[in-house]
Design a protein around this ligand. Structure first.
Ligand SMILES: *Cc1c(COP(=O)(O)O)cnc(C)c1O
Length: 798
């Protein structure tokens, strides 16, 4: 499209929507007009894409997830529609910068962190690779809270995103699905037919709103269908009888279901409302999938040939018994046939092995809230126990452990593991770990179901749309093929010894650091030095991610520089960004400790030229897009065996940051791809961690005799200016559940190596180049094609 054509479309939209001329339109009006243009084009493209898919009988892939952390859509939509050049020029003619329009869009924060961002990346991947993909989630009225940090303490504000975000959504009330909660189940016989009657239930209507994700430069488009909870009909009879409160509260409790996202990451909260959210998503989505399949094929017999449903973590597990319910109660299928269909259709992705994140529901709550689903799960459990008895005769311990219900709890992971045709981890290491730990017995029972798909990212978002200078260098050196196929980035390996290219890489990084510093100053007032090393740890705040290990080292460096003011030390800026779950006390204390350590250091004239610590408020997808191009060190320092994959690590690598990390999650594959010599690896390996746990871990064994560790702990314990951080240090001294102290010494060794390596600018640039050049395998396109080949058995629409 030419600039002129685009300018006309934009003006027409501004006229029809707001009756204004581009020259006087507000940034908000321009943002909305552009969003509407994109939405309309994507909706048309989706219609064409789906009709082709149906014409060729292509398999439909449904990705169920309680979270989709979409971030902003305008930039990527324009980009993938091939309109960004025309849009930029059309606006430039009116003296408006497109970048300033992008800042008008709120992040769609319908997720907590990595898990929700992965789901968003896979919509991009499916669209780009022409896999027919639909995501299903909840239209939370309030997404992940907005973070404010007041005097070091995190405060949460409601994320009212819909006023700016709704332009991307189109509601389809005609396609609503009724979801039933509570009540009683009766089994009835009528003329010899057995049927199920559900009485005294509470209905909630699930109203779909759709948004689209355009694939890059192709015809593929993915759809994200978000369910909003509405009361079925205002309870006029209660109202008329004078029961105003009954009428109002029924309404309110139905609509509470899609009110707000639970802000926990890698941690479960066994609240009834969360269970209702889970069933709401599962039942609405399965109802929709069945309806759509029936309208195309008129039968469910061929469902497994035409439909694959991926359960992202155990949160949407209830889709399985809900599918059973529809097949049994509404379609009259027998049990064996129904279960066979479920086995073929459902696959499950595991995201964590940590016990506090394993979902189990109390039987009484479950039974009361979902009486029919409970009956179905009970029968699934009975039959599962029979099958397991046949596989492991007399091994009651194993059978009890593998059962779907046990210890008065419904076990979501076991429902998935027992039913799904595929159980995958999200990195090579994690996929091995699940076979040895949580799912060991299931691995013995059905080894062929266990697979690995290493996570991937929508790399164009963090490269083409975030780092234009690097893209320019890539265009000049390796051509433009990498824009379609991330594997093409490997062509950059040829330039590893090219001094001009290495010099350019350093210049680009410096420019990006200056840009980020300017952005930071403008948005927060904080000043950082672009010539210092940008060492970044951005991710959720969690003990297992060990931000306190990083902070402990900063404290040690501070004490060292106070004692040795003339020491050789390349100035460093430590950049943190992380939200803590509001109820996670230790994580909030960790935030306070880092912020206060920053205040101390940044205001100390003796060190402030060498050390800085900035805590970025409100870490979110759009902030990560600003930061990644400027990052030089990627802190990925979780205890080995705890981070399932990580995807932040991939965004950093793609932008040339060096991973300072443990061999955990996908860090292992990052080091394999780029070469171990091009990362800074430290710490215990997973077997060493397990071994240490086995023999009994005592942090004291590592603190005793380590003067630096002792000094850093004492310093934080004592505190300054009337504040101290003993909650964190006591925890490290007593239990230290994530073995921070065991890895502290080697972490310091790696930090010292970093200083040495960074001093040789050309060598550092070469390491950086090796990371960029070998990051192609971490593309979501690759990950989606792995799922399509190994799990979904789906192929691209031609
Ligand atoms: C990528 C991303 C994450 C995941 O980061 P990890 O380091 O893999 O935990 C979390 N939050 C946001 C906003 C992201 O963009």
């Amino acid at each position: 499209m030419t600039t002129k054509e685009f300018a006309k479309i934009l003006q027409d939209k501004l006229t029809s929507e707001y009756g204004v001329d581009l020259s006087v339109a507000s940034h908000q009006q321009i943002y909305r007009a552009l969003a509407l243009i994109c939405r309309q084009m994507m909706s048309e493209n989706h219609k064409k894409f789906q009709s082709k898919a149906i014409g060729t009988g292509s398999k439909q892939v449904y990705y169920l997830c309680m979270e989709f952390l979409m971030g902003r859509s305008l930039k990527m939509s324009l980009f993938n529609l091939g309109l960004n050049d025309a849009a930029q020029k059309a606006l430039a003619e009116a003296d408006i910068s497109l970048d300033s329009i992008y800042e008008e869009e709120p992040d769609a924060g319908l997720g907590n962190g990595g898990l929700g961002r992965l789901a968003a990346c896979y919509l991009d991947g499916m669209a780009t690779t022409s896999i027919c993909g639909t995501g299903y989630s909840i239209l939370y009225e309030y997404g992940i809270f907005k973070q404010k940090i007041v005097d070091g303490w995190q405060q949460e504000r409601a994320d009212n995103w819909l006023p700016g975000g709704q332009v991307w959504l189109k509601s389809h009330p005609d396609q609503a699905v009724e979801v039933r909660f509570d009540g009683e189940i009766h089994e009835n016989w009528d003329h010899g037919f057995h049927y199920i009657q559900h009485t005294n239930y509470n209905s909630v209507m699930a109203i779909p709103s759709d948004m689209y994700v355009q694939g890059y430069d192709g015809k593929g488009v993915a759809k994200l269908r978000l369910w909003q909870a509405k009361a079925p009909d205002f309870d006029m009879s209660s109202f008329s009888l004078g029961n105003y409160n009954t009428a109002m509260s029924k309404n309110a409790s139905a609509e509470l279901i899609s009110k707000v996202l639970y802000p926990n990451d890698n941690h479960v909260e066994g609240k009834i409302l969360r269970l209702r959210q889970q069933y709401f998503l599962s039942a609405a989505s399965i109802g929709d999938i069945v309806q759509s399949h029936l309208s195309t094929y008129g039968t469910l017999e061929n469902l497994p040939d035409k439909v694959a449903i991926q359960l992202n973590d155990t949160h949407p597990t209830l889709a399985i018994p809900e599918m059973m319910r529809i097949l049994l109660d509404e379609c009259g299928f027998g049990w064996d046939k129904s279960f066979d269909i479920c086995q073929k259709v459902f696959s499950y992705t595991n995201h964590t092995v940590m016990a506090e994140a394993l979902e189990k529901w109390n039987v009484d709550i479950f039974k009361m809230t979902l009486p029919r689903i409970y009956q179905i799960v009970v029968e699934m459990d009975r039959r599962a126990r029979e099958k397991l008895e046949a596989a492991f005769p007399g091994d009651q311990g194993k059978i009890n452990y593998m059962a779907l219900i046990g210890d008065n709890q419904v076990r979501m992971a076991n429902i998935c593991a027992y039913t799904a045709n595929s159980i995958n981890g999200v990195s090579k290491l994690h996929s091995e770990i699940i076979k040895e730990s949580v799912f060991h017995d299931y691995y013995l029972f059905k080894p062929q179901a266990f697979k690995n798909v290493t996570n991937g990212i929508a790399y164009r978002r963090w490269l083409l749309a975030s780092n234009p200078e690097l893209c320019k260098l890539l265009d000049e050196t390796i051509g433009t093929g990498y824009k379609h196929d991330a594997a093409d980035l490997s062509k950059l390996n040829k330039f590893a010894e090219d001094k001009t290219v290495l010099k350019r890489l350093n210049e680009i990084k410096l420019d990006n650091k200056k840009n980020f510093a300017a952005y930071l100053e403008k948005s927060t007032g904080q000043v950082i030095d672009p010539s210092s090393i940008f060492d970044c740890q951005v991710k959720r705040m969690h003990e297992y991610k060990r931000q306190h290990l990083n902070a402990l080292n900063i404290a040690a460096q501070y004490l060292y520089l106070k004692e040795n003011p003339n020491a050789d030390f390349i100035p460093k800026t430590y950049i943190f960004g992380a939200k803590a779950a509001p109820g996670y006390y230790m994580a909030k204390q960790m935030i306070r400790m880092i912020c206060k350590l920053g205040d101390l250091i940044n205001n100390d004239p003796a060190v402030r030229e060498k050390l800085r610590v900035v805590y970025l408020e409100e870490y979110c997808v759009s902030l990560s897009e600003h930061l990644m191009p400027a990052a030089e060190v990627s802190e990925q320092i979780s205890l080995a065996g705890t981070e399932a994959s990580g995807t932040g690590n991939m965004k950093f690598m793609l932008n040339g940051a060096i991973t300072l990390g443990t061999l955990d999650g996908a860090n292992v594959e990052i080091a394999d791809a780029a070469g171990k010599e091009n990362e800074l690896i430290f710490g215990m390996l997973t077997p060493e961690v397990n071994n240490l746990k086995q023999v009994g871990y005592h942090p004291n064994a590592f603190i005793m005799g380590d003067d630096v560790a002792n000094a850093a702990l004492n310093f934080l314990e004592r505190g300054w200016n009337g504040e101290n951080f003993h909650e964190v240090t006591q925890n490290l001294r007593s239990s230290d559940p994530y073995m921070v102290m065991a890895d502290f010494k080697d972490y310091r060794r790696a930090q010292a190596d970093l200083q040495r390596l960074y001093a040789d600018r050309e060598h550092w640039a070469k390491m950086s180049l090796k990371n960029i050049a070998n990051s192609g395998i971490f593309s979501a396109d690759r990950a989606v094609l792995d799922y399509a080949r190994d799990i979904w058995h789906a192929s691209a629409v031609k």
